[in-house]
Design a protein around this ligand. Structure first.
Ligand SMILES: Nc1ncnc2c1ncn2[C@@H]1O[C@H](COP(=O)(O)OP(=O)(O)OP(=O)(O)O)[C@@H](O)[C@H]1O
Ligand SMILES: [Mg+2]
Length: 369
């Protein structure tokens, strides 16, 4: 690889990209891949990944997409939106067409494929007009099965909507019809908020729920070491330790810190403490703009006061201590507690105790109270 290209691809601190190397989460990936090897309808074939912004949901779906293709699946990857059912069909047609190069048939009909798909996955005019999502998916699954391929739907930024309802209902029916289909969805923690009551929610709640947390700083350190060595940038053990610990295992921050370390170090140079200071500062600014602000902006003033009180307690406090800080009686803080846990902003590691679930958010809030 060209050296410059190599440098730029090592760290890409933007959302929704495919990292050069996907770090950690082997157990999560393996569990889902095992589901694909299990019989149709097995629970692991319908999985919902929940995680905070920047925790790597989109990157995980991209990783699963590659692995599933290697395991004999055709993949449709979409972001949840109103046109999602049609987008899923089109993705299967596009991504499956390479298996039908010599196929001159159409799906139950007469007309030729006008969209550049091979005919094997193109619907007849009648089918196109009359059939809904489920029927079309059923035909596609059958045709893919002829080539020993399964169908995997990946839905990013999942939320309750009419389109999601249609996809969820069809998925359940297709499983009932023993089609070789699987689905993985990813969303923010409050995508499954208990205040909503909806058939989609029931579907999401029945899925295998996997919470994406922080990744191992040891694996991050090992990646940093390999990455810098590959481009002849020298980083001492102390610098590698510091960089890895600074990420606190947060994937987006791992990309940001690595990226700025390279930016501030001349080619073939050494990562100094000064470089580290600048890299951490720049990374923190991006983290604030792209993670903290979007997390905090939908919250009410009271939710924010609650979080600021927790931050003033050093980021960890018992419920009793928080109540004292906020000057409220027992039950009053419960709704905030519940809502903010559901939103994936705080968590209760032990009964009665609360901590921030997002690294550095406490520091940020104490600087802004
Ligand atoms: N396991 C990982 N290994 C290496 N890089 C990762 C990993 N997970 C995420 N990243 C990187 O972190 C950044 C944020 O990841 P991603 O876009 O997947 O977050 P997200 O959870 O989808 O966030 P959002 O909710 O805002 O969409 C990206 O640059 C991505 O490449
Ligand atoms: Mg994403």
């Amino acid at each position: 690889m060209n050296k410059r290209v190599e440098i730029y691809s090592l760290f890409q601190p933007t959302f929704g990209n495919r990292p050069l190397q996907y770090i950690g989460r082997n157990d999560v990936i393996e569990q889902f891949m095992a589901g694909l090897r299990e019989p149709v309808g097995s629970r692991n074939r319908c999985t919902l990944f929940l995680g905070q912004r920047g925790m790597g949901k989109t990157a995980l779906l991209l990783e699963l997409s590659d692995r599933a293709q290697d395991a004999g699946y055709v993949v449709a990857r979409v972001t949840a939106h109103e046109g999602m059912p049609q987008a899923i069909i089109e993705q299967f047609q596009l991504n499956g067409s390479k298996f039908f190069n010599d196929d001159k048939r159409k799906l139950t009909g007469v007309s030729a494929g006008a969209l550049g798909f091979s005919l094997g996955l193109t619907f007849s005019e009648a089918a196109e007009r009359q059939y809904g999502f489920r029927a079309k998916m059923s035909l596609l699954c059958d045709r893919l099965a002829e080539k020993s391929k399964g169908a995997l739907i990946l839905i990013d930024e999942v939320r309750t909507s009419a389109a999601m309802r249609e996809v969820a209902a069809a998925y359940q029916e297709l499983v009932g019809d023993r089609k070789n289909i699987a689905i993985a969805m990813a969303g923010l923690p409050h995508a499954v908020s208990s205040v909503l009551n909806d058939s989609v929610l029931t579907f999401l709640n029945r899925a295998v729920k996997v919470e994406l947390g922080l990744i191992s700083t040891q694996l991050i350190r090992a990646y940093y070491e390999r990455a810098f060595r590959s481009i002849d940038i020298k980083a001492s053990d102390e610098v590698l330790d510091r960089a890895a610990l600074s990420t606190r295992g947060f994937p987006y921050l791992m990309q940001l810190i690595g990226y700025y370390m390279i930016q501030y170090t001349p080619e073939g140079g050494t990562v100094t403490d000064d470089v580290m200071n600048k890299a951490e500062k720049a990374a923190m600014k991006d983290l604030e703009d792209n993670v903290f602000k979007p997390i905090l902006s939908p919250l009410s003033d009271n939710d924010r006061l609650f979080l600021q009180a927790l931050a003033r307690c050093g980021g960890t406090a018992t419920t009793a201590k928080l109540q004292a800080k906020l000057g409220k009686k027992g039950p009053a803080i419960q709704p905030y507690r519940k809502r903010l846990i559901e939103a994936g902003i705080i968590e209760a590691p032990r009964r009665g105790e609360l901590v921030f679930a997002v690294p550095y958010l406490s520091d940020y809030l104490s600087g802004h109270s």
